[in-house]
Design a protein around this ligand. Structure first.
Ligand SMILES: Cc1ncc(COP(=O)(O)O)c(C=O)c1O
Length: 480
């Protein structure tokens, strides 16, 4: 592609993206294609000779667009709602063009040092103290894996060199509602899934510190080697926040590693009124949060803060001759499993500068206000109920009209009807054995009308079935 043609195409693309970001509501939120439908339209082999951008672009629009679920839609309320903010999109474009690979300081001094600067800004904003230093990875799953690898290194048993054979069972603790990435980290570190202890939760879905202490005592008595506790600040199911100060007390007494998973909720701590979310984390050894979840950064960008970067480096640093350099600086390759590093800090920097702290805070506050508004509508309606507290921007609720025995099936049907309407997208979880619908507010362009529309659609579906639920639901429930 010649420079003139690149320029023309880049302008066309910029126009298309601007229209898309402005008008993402034109598309169904949840892709309505059937499994395999996209693949069936694509050739089995690449073209032997190059094709025009027009041809590629036409296929993108015709074949791929229908297969996109629009995370940029203001009525995307499933999982955790995220935003590709325009300054972040621009930075991604620039980053692709610059093609920086920051494995060593010298291979991109700017990417290496901007990462340190943006992460120290963010650290100060969420109130973590100075000794914490940050590293950027792709996702929180990888951040947590690295944190637990550092914890394993700090055991001081030379596992890095000698492996795990001959070691007692090494135990890790998290709440029943911790994210599955903790399980995966334990699997990958070779600790064995059986040795991940899921600590029961209280009525507000928070880890019970008394039961954590009991589990550690039991394991010590049985000859295990407790290694780490993962506390969650903002669980995936309900956004509950584990009592980190009480957990930190236990962890300190027991000499374990404390990792805080604040993947979703951590960014909210930039607002003083939500700082409590990470209270106690200043005593942790590591904390992860995802700017790609709730700091308007296009996917992906996760941050791991560690109290002692040396421990992380001790777990991962390995310098072959061909990567040896004379500069005495941080080389990002020493802080994790991957050698190559993208220039991810560029988008965080663009976003922090473009919105400023106050702009970011305003968007977080707005999401929480909208969630509270939805929660109020649920509470005020006789046929809906909240199933968990709403500390942030996630509402867990269900329809509960009188006379319906099988509320799970009813709510599944409501969710399916809503999601196939293309107007909004909700996801679900299970709380105390009940199917709960999850409305996660987080997209920067979500407004009150989107929230109200979801409630009115659900109300309408329910009314259409008759207030006490559809005949078929009752029949099925009764026959079960
Ligand atoms: C609390 C929590 N931790 C970790 C993760 C995993 O995030 P990622 O997709 O960045 O690995 C999630 C995802 O939603 C989460 O909610």
């Amino acid at each position: 592609m010649q420079p003139a043609e690149f320029r023309r195409q880049a302008h066309l693309l910029a126009d298309w993206i601007a229209d898309y970001l402005e008008g993402s509501e034109r598309y169904p939120v949840l892709s309505q294609v059937r499994p395999g439908a996209i693949r069936a339209q694509l050739p089995a082999a690449p073209p032997a000779t190059g094709e025009t951008m027009e041809a590629i672009w036409e296929d993108f629009q015709r074949i791929l667009m229908p297969g996109l679920t629009h995370w940029n839609h203001p009525a995307f309320f499933a999982y955790f709602s995220i935003s590709a903010s325009p300054p972040g999109v621009l930075a991604e474009f620039l980053s692709a063009a610059l093609n920086q690979q920051a494995m060593l300081w010298r291979t991109s001094p700017a990417a290496t040092e901007l990462e340190q600067v943006t992460l120290s800004w963010l650290r100060d904003l969420i109130g973590l103290p100075q000794p914490f230093e940050g590293v950027i990875y792709d996702t929180a799953s990888i951040s947590t894996l690295h944190a637990l690898a550092a914890a394993r290194e700090r055991l001081g048993r030379d596992i890095r060199v000698r492996g795990l054979s001959g070691q007692p069972p090494i135990t890790v603790y998290c709440s029943q509602d911790a994210h599955s990435s903790v399980d995966k980290a334990v699997l990958l570190l070779g600790l064995g899934h059986d040795w991940l202890r899921k600590i029961p939760i209280d009525e507000s879905f928070r880890m019970r510190p008394d039961l954590l202490q009991e589990a550690i005592d039991r394991d010590r008595a049985a000859g295990c080697l407790p290694m780490a506790v993962v506390a969650t600040a903002g669980t995936t199911s309900t956004s509950s926040v584990d009592p980190i100060p009480a957990v930190a007390d236990i962890v300190r007494r027991e000499g374990l590693w404390l990792h805080v998973d604040a993947a979703y909720a951590g960014p909210a701590a930039i607002c003083p009124e939500y700082r409590w979310i990470v209270e106690g984390a200043e005593r942790a050894d590591s904390l992860t949060l995802n700017p790609h979840k709730w700091l308007f950064v296009p996917f992906d960008l996760s941050v791991l803060y560690v109290r002692d970067l040396h421990t992380l480096k001790a777990a991962f640093s390995l310098i072959p001759e061909y990567l040896r350099t004379e500069e005495e600086t941080l080389n990002l390759m020493d802080t994790g499993i991957q050698l190559g590093r993208r220039f991810r800090s560029l988008k965080l920097w663009f976003i922090m500068r473009s919105y400023g702290v106050e702009g970011l805070q305003a968007m977080i506050r707005q999401a929480c206000q909208l969630a509270r508004h939805f929660a109020r509508r649920v509470e005020e309606h006789p046929h809906f109920e909240l199933l968990a507290p709403v500390p942030l921007s996630l509402v867990c609720f269900r329809a509960c009209p009188p006379g319906v025995v099988d509320l799970d099936t009813l709510n599944e049907e409501l969710m399916r009807t809503l999601n196939t309407s293309g107007e909004a997208f909700l996801s679900h979880t299970r709380l105390d054995g009940k199917l709960a619908l999850r409305l996660a507010v987080g997209h920067m362009s979500t407004r009150r009308q989107h929230i109200d529309r979801v409630f009115e659609l659900l109300e309408g579906y329910l009314a259409a079935r008759g207030n006490s639920g559809s005949h078929s639901t009752q029949q099925r429930s009764l026959s079960q």
